[in-house]
Design a protein. Structure first.
Length: 370
């Protein structure tokens, strides 16, 4: 409990662990709903739209226990009302060193030390779990960064973050170093026909010997092992100078667990993969998370396995997924994607498709307990 003097009142902040109920009706204390509401309040404030506003019932699946990650949720109440939240995510691979701590404080309750108290609690939990590299993230809409703003540079990559931003000041004040900046870009869909067909001609001219396969919600059984192997490459193959990343173990069971989780969260996966002709070997893939009834979808991993680069397979799978998207969710208007600022090949594909710079994400890290 933190107590502080605010005028004539003594304000009290209580931070408590949040249980993930089976159903929203079981959330008798309202803590889980409060946890989701705090995230929604911060998302509306930051993005000024509802792209990252979630229904608590859909979020249950995302937070329920997983064999691959431990998630701990905490809610800070200020005078009884939800004011801040902490999410700690610990990968369960034995040799892992990292964990993620996310802190959000509603705009009306900022600068009262709630963020710091939540972050300290998160760092303690990471230490207790035996992990030493704590990551946290900050998000910055480009249109809100004043022109000529002083920037702070990451350890790797060409793009910096605005040094006077609240969350940058907060991360620096708490001893975090800026490891990497990801560029968030946005594409309006559908692509104009002329753009789509010119890009498809390019992809076709280079991708002889490969076919594209798309699936909605469930990976075809014959590809699931190979898809799992490709998923494991992702954390190894993305640029990650300046940040510690753990390897992930993937098998068919993990693929199935993840796809079911996203189905339950009402945001199923739409996947396009490139497969070597005459085999079931997945050599490239790209994932869209398609929230039901939403105007936006999120582009997640895109990977071309190293030995198969140079065949425009990244472009081929992205185009195949856009065609599939038009079928499964014709109402979608925009796609958001995240790429390391130094990932020039991926950014070049995105630029050719018409993605436009929209925001920046800072990946901050700190060592604890050493
Ligand atoms: C970043 C965030 C969590 C801070 O929460 P908070 O409760 O306001 O943080 P605190 O009151 O504990 O602030 C701690 C220190 O951070 C720095 N700081 C925080 N906000 C600041 C601001 N607007 N301007 C300058 N410094 C700021 C200060 O050093 C502050 O200490 P001080 O108040 O004694 O000067 C909150 O602004 C937020 O939720 N932002 C959106 C989500 C986010 O970016 N989370 C990730 C953060 S790594």
């Amino acid at each position: 409990m933190i107590t502080g003097d605010r005028g004539f009142f003594v304000v009290r902040v209580i931070i408590e662990r949040v249980a993930v109920p089976e159903r929203i009706a079981d959330d008798t204390t309202g803590d889980f709903v409060g946890f989701v509401d705090v995230g929604n309040d911060c998302a509306l404030h930051l993005w000024r739209n509802d792209d990252f506003v979630y229904d608590p019932a859909d979020q249950l699946a995302w937070y329920r226990p997983s064999p691959f990650r431990l998630r701990m949720l905490y809610l800070a109440r200020l005078d009884g009302e939800p004011a801040g939240r902490l999410l700690v995510t610990v990968p369960l691979e034995e040799e892992a060193t990292t964990a993620e701590v996310e802190v959000h404080v509603i705009p009306a309750a900022r600068r009262h030390g709630i963020g710091t108290a939540l972050l300290r609690r998160g760092e303690d939990l990471v230490g207790d779990a035996g992990r030493v590299d704590v990551s946290t993230f900050t998000e910055h809409v480009l249109a809100d960064i004043p022109s000529g703003a002083r920037t702070i540079a990451p350890e790797a990559g060409p793009v910096g973050l605005p040094a006077d931003d609240d969350s940058v000041r907060f991360a620096l004040a708490n001893g975090y170093a800026l490891g990497q900046v990801e560029e968030v870009s946005r594409l309006t869909v559908p692509l104009p026909d002329a753009v789509a067909s010119a890009l498809q001609a390019q992809a076709d001219a280079h991708s002889d010997g490969y076919r594209t396969v798309t699936w909605w919600q469930h990976c075809p059984e014959e590809l699931v092992e190979s898809f799992a192997a490709a998923r494991a490459r992702m954390v190894i193959d993305v640029p990650h100078d300046g940040i510690a990343l753990d390897t992930e173990r993937w098998d068919a069971q993990r693929v199935r667990e993840e796809e079911q989780r996203w189905i339950d969260a009402a945001e199923p996966m739409l996947v396009a993969a490139a497969v070597r002709d005459g085999s079931d070997e997945v050599v490239a893939y790209t994932i869209l998370l398609v929230a039901q009834d939403s105007k936006k979808v999120e582009q997640w991993d895109t990977l071309v396995v190293a030995a198969h680069r140079g065949h425009r397979l990244g472009l081929a799978v992205k185009l195949a997924n856009l065609r599939a998207l038009a079928e499964v969710a014709p109402g979608v208007e925009r796609i958001l994607t995240w790429n390391a600022g130094e990932n020039a090949p991926m950014l070049a594909i995105n630029a050719a498709m018409g993605f436009e710079a929209y925001a920046l994400d800072g990946n901050w890290q700190k060592r604890v307990g050493t």
